[in-house]
Design a protein around this ligand. Structure first.
Ligand SMILES: Nc1ncnc2c1ncn2[C@@H]1O[C@H](COP(=O)(O)OP(=O)(O)OP(=O)(O)O)[C@@H](O)[C@H]1O
Ligand SMILES: [Mg+2]
Length: 244
């Protein structure tokens, strides 16, 4: 009970190059896990394996009690928010949420619009509902992407560097939305370099180095008290942003 993700002995390589070298991880309901680590350490590969967007060679991943198969089969269980939003450019803000609800969840247009409007209120985009994504700021696009992901009622939301292409002010808006989800108890995995922002609500932090989880602890343990030299030099490298 309570276990949403269970990973055992996960190994993945691209061609001959080992990228994930034996990952073991259990994520329980309600956990908000930040995943940090240098560029190339395997963060995106790990979350993409969890979301069934990548094949892997060894080990097992169980999501909500089931071995994973494909990304679509995770609808209603796991949703992913990407760095580059992946919005539908030819649909309005409202339609970006209603069209998948109609197509995937087989909802009526009335139900889909009702739900979309509640979500747009929540991410403060209701006034933009008839505009197209190209007319939104990066922060607004990302909040729309979050609303669209939430529309599927996922038990787990995974973010892969959701703010890395945004100016600090817009990143702040997006982190406020993520923070609200944290307060509501949404289980989340968040790959980010924004240590200050994440330290306000992460219940646990994983430090990935060279394809393994080298450290797994609370914000205090990871950010303030580490004896791990790889982690301390990584933290020195990361710019401590002043979002909050
Ligand atoms: N499709 C691919 N084909 C071949 N190699 C890949 C592919 N995707 C990732 N890699 C390699 O796998 C390693 C891990 O990449 P990954 O994208 O998981 O890193 P990351 O920790 O997310 O880095 P970043 O912080 O830059 O996003 C890198 O060495 C990368 O070059
Ligand atoms: Mg990445």
């Amino acid at each position: 009970m309570g276990t949403l993700i269970d990973i055992n002995g996960l190994r993945k390589s691209y061609n001959e190059k080992a990228v994930l070298k034996g990952i073991n991880l259990t994520v329980n309901k309600g956990e908000i896990i930040a995943i940090i680590g240098a560029s190339g350490s395997g963060k995106s590969t790990l979350v993409r394996c969890i979301a069934n967007l990548e094949q892997y060679q060894n080990g097992s991943i169980t999501i909500n009690g089931k071995k994973n198969s494909d990304y679509k089969s995770l609808n209603g269980i796991l949703g992913m928010v990407f760095q580059n939003y992946n919005l539908f450019p030819h649909y309005t803000v409202l339609e970006n949420i209603t069209k998948p609800l109609q197509a995937v969840m087989k909802q009526s247009i009335t139900d889909a619009e009702k739900k979309a409007k509640i979500l747009l209120e929540r991410v403060r985009l209701i006034d933009y509902k008839n505009q197209y994504p190209s007319t939104l700021s990066g922060g607004q696009k990302q909040r729309l992407a979050i609303a669209r992901t939430l529309a599927m009622d996922p038990k787990i939301v995974i973010f892969d560097e959701p703010t890395s292409s945004l100016d600090p002010e817009l990143a702040h808006e997006v982190f406020s939305t993520i923070n609200e989800l944290a307060l509501e108890g949404q289980t989340m995995l968040i790959v980010t370099h924004q240590i200050n922002a994440i330290s306000h609500f992460a219940t646990r932090v994983l430090f990935l180095n060279n394809g393994i989880i080298e450290e797994d602890g609370t914000c205090d343990e990871i950010f303030c008290n580490t004896a791990n030299e790889n982690l301390s030099s990584f933290l020195k490298m990361v710019e401590f942003d002043d979002l909050y």
